[in-house]
Design a protein around this ligand. Structure first.
Ligand SMILES: [Zn+2]
Length: 330
């Protein structure tokens, strides 16, 4: 158990957490980030992208609604300099379960959330590299992945497949897109699985009709590039095209201007000074990263709104702990 987890459990079990939430602690905005919600057991895709089951998501929303002010994107200018403990719920990428599973739960609690969609996925479908990687390893007919490109031979028996997916995912994460394609081709060869046909992913993403329905019901749709690229790897002009192009697509489909954006990958190295210029030129007011932390009242960087990851590995105790003591745990 990590130190973070241990401290969170201590807070949770001792009852100190409840007291702190009411009387102590922090002022500002804590932003949660989800990717997928639902049943991952039967999914052929990247299971690590599932943030919560439907039941857990429901319980989390109940907790945040009862203990904090859950706000939407429209509230940001108002609360930026106001004391209080605000929580915002966000989703990245535009997976269909956001509409099918998370949206009805949010509605049932009377809550709003922001969905940052990669417009290329909504427009053209397709399977992103992280999901294809998982798909290939899960389908591999042999119980062993031969050594390739500097990776050792990996067992695919028992928990070996998940272990291999995670090891390869970590390596892919820091590659350029071009390099990833080469690796996927080679992986498809050595596993004898072949590349994943794009039509396998046709139900992965929400449709524009779904996005419109969510928008009509008080949800915010924000930008997340056209092609899910790491912006800092691109030229200034290419960055502007990814930012502005995706926001223009959303505006054309929803009939409303987009003023909010999240950086794919979201780490410190995935956006730079040119990204900030591109956001400003595209009329974006808030840009979200994905690197942990929270916003202290009056000390926001509007183009680096920090978010914490909600993942299945984040226990209820740790999530409550992060919300109670973000100074230490988020
Ligand atoms: Zn993303």
């Amino acid at each position: 158990m990590s130190k973070r987890e241990l401290l969170a459990r201590l807070l949770y079990q001792s009852g100190v957490g409840g007291v702190l939430r009411h009387w102590g602690g922090w002022n500002g905005l804590l932003v949660l980030n989800y990717h997928r919600v639902g049943d991952w057991a039967s999914s052929p895709w990247d299971k690590d992208l599932y943030s919560a089951s439907a039941e857990d998501f429901d319980a989390q929303m109940r907790f945040f609604k009862s203990e904090f002010d859950v706000i939407g994107s429209a509230d940001l200018p108002d609360i930026q300099n106001r004391r209080g403990r605000y929580v915002q719920v966000t989703f990245d990428d535009g997976y269909r379960d956001n509409h099918d599973v998370a949206f009805p739960i949010l509605k049932s609690h009377g809550l709003t959330a922001t969905f940052f969609v990669c417009t290329g996925f909504l427009d053209h479908g397709g399977v992103p590299w992280w999901d294809e990687l998982a798909w290939i390893i899960r389908r591999a007919p042999e119980d062993e992945l031969p050594a390739f490109r500097g990776f050792p031979t990996m067992s695919l028996k028992h928990g070996g497949r998940l272990h291999a997916i995670r090891a390869l995912n970590d390596a892919f994460d820091v590659m350029s897109d071009a390099k990833r394609i080469g690796f996927l081709d080679e992986l498809a060869d050595v596993t004898q699985t072949g590349r994943c046909p794009p039509e396998e992913g046709q139900h992965l993403w929400m449709t524009w009709d779904m996005a419109r329905e969510m928008h009509r019901n008080g949800m915010t749709i924000g930008g997340h590039t056209l092609n899910h690229v790491e912006l800092s790897r691109l030229s200034k002009a290419e960055q502007l095209e990814e930012v502005k192009g995706s926001c223009n697509r959303i505006e054309a489909e929803l009939g409303t201007p987009v003023t909010i954006f999240s950086y794919p990958y979201g780490t410190k190295r995935s956006f730079d000074a040119n990204t900030r210029l591109a956001l400003a030129e595209a009329g974006i007011r808030y840009g979200y990263s994905y690197n942990g932390g929270f916003q202290k009242t009056g000390a926001w960087d509007n183009y680096n709104i920090k978010r914490i990851a909600v993942e299945t590995s984040v226990s209820v105790a740790l999530l409550k702990g992060m919300a109670t003591l973000p100074q230490l745990l988020a």
